[in-house]
Design a protein around this ligand. Sequence first.
Ligand code: SAM
Length: 338
Amino acid sequence: MPGNYAIYRASVEPEFERHHGRKPVHHNEVRAVMERHPYYQFWSALQRCSQQRMWDAVIDSVERAWPRLNGKLKRSPKRGSLRLDPALPIPRYHTAADIHLQPGGYHTDFVDGDVAAGAIYDLGLNIYSHGMMGPRNEYLGNLLIQYFLKAHRGFKPQRILDLGCAIGNSTLPWARQFKNARVDAIDVAAPQLRYAHARAESLGVPVHFSQQNAERTTFEDQSFDLVISHIMLHETSRSALKQIFVECHRLLRSGGLMLHLEIPRGKTVIENFLYNWESWNNNETFGQYMTHIDLADIARQAGFASDKISCADHAVPREKEQQLYSEETLWKIVEAHR
Ligand SMILES: C[S@@+](CC[C@H](N)C(=O)[O-])C[C@H]1O[C@@H](n2cnc3c(N)ncnc32)[C@H](O)[C@@H]1O
C-alpha cells in the first residue's frame, strides 16, 4: 500500500499536472490516471485476490464446523434474547451485490436456522482488518466507548440500541461497560443474528437481538437514551441513510444521543481514491458517495438541532506497518443530541 503513495507522488500527480495545469481535485480524476499505472494495477489485482482467498480460507474452516455451530444455537442458555422476522424484506443494497465479496452476503441462509454467514464474517473480519480488530473483533466498540466516556462524562444510558450489529462484536463491549443498561441490537441479516446471539450467550453477555431494518424499527418513540452504530452507514444507500437518521431521532428520548462510527474516507484526493478501491472492486458500492456526504446536514434534515450535532474526524495512532488506505487513520464520528 505505501507504494501507491510513492508512485502517486513520483509520477501520477506530476503527469496529471502536466496535462491539466493543476493538481487533481476529485478522486475520480486520480482514478483515471492511477488505474493505468502498472504498479497500481498489480497491487489492485493482489488486493482483489486476497479478498477472494480470505473467504475461501474461512469458508473451509466454517464448513468443517458447520453442523456443530448450527447445533450450538439451539443449546445456548438465555441471558439475552433473539427475535427473528422471516418476513422482513432484505434491502436492495444488500441483495444487489455481495458486499466485500462474501458469498451470499450477510443475509443468506444456506440451511434452515443457519449461522454460517455470521461465523464467516467473524473470521473474515479479523483477516480483513489485518488483526487490528483484536481476537474478538471488539476494537471498534471499544474505540467508540472510549470516545463516549471522554466526550459525555456522567451520561449513564439505561437503554442502548446498536444498529447493524452483525455478530454483535461491537455491541458486547457496550453491554459489558454499562452492565445496568438494557442493550438491544438489530440487523437485517438472520444468520448474523443467530450467530450473534449464540456468541453473546457463550461469552456470558446479555444482549437482546432482533431482526429489523434500521430505517424503520418496531421500537416505540423515545425508547432509547443512546443509539449507536459501527461501520454500518457506508453499507446502506443515500435514501436509507437519511431514513436511518430520521429513525434515530424518533427512537431517542429528549436529551438522548445518536452516535455513529464510520470508516475513514481520507483527507487528500489520493486517500479518497484509495478508500474507494473498496467501492469499485469489493462491492462496497455506496461507500464512494460517503466521501463527500455531509453527515451533519443529514442529521439536521432528520430533525436534530444544528447546535446539537457534531461530525468530526477521530485520529487513532497506528503502526506504520498497518497502513491501509490512508497515511493517518481518521475514523468519522457523527453524533447528535435529541
Ligand atoms: C460492516 S457490518 C458492521 C458490523 C458491526 N457493527 C461491526 O462493528 O463489525 C454492517 C452490518 O450492518 C447491517 N445493516 C446494513 N444495513 C442495515 C439496515 N438498514 N438495518 C439493519 N442492519 C443493517 C448489515 O447486515 C451488516 O451486518
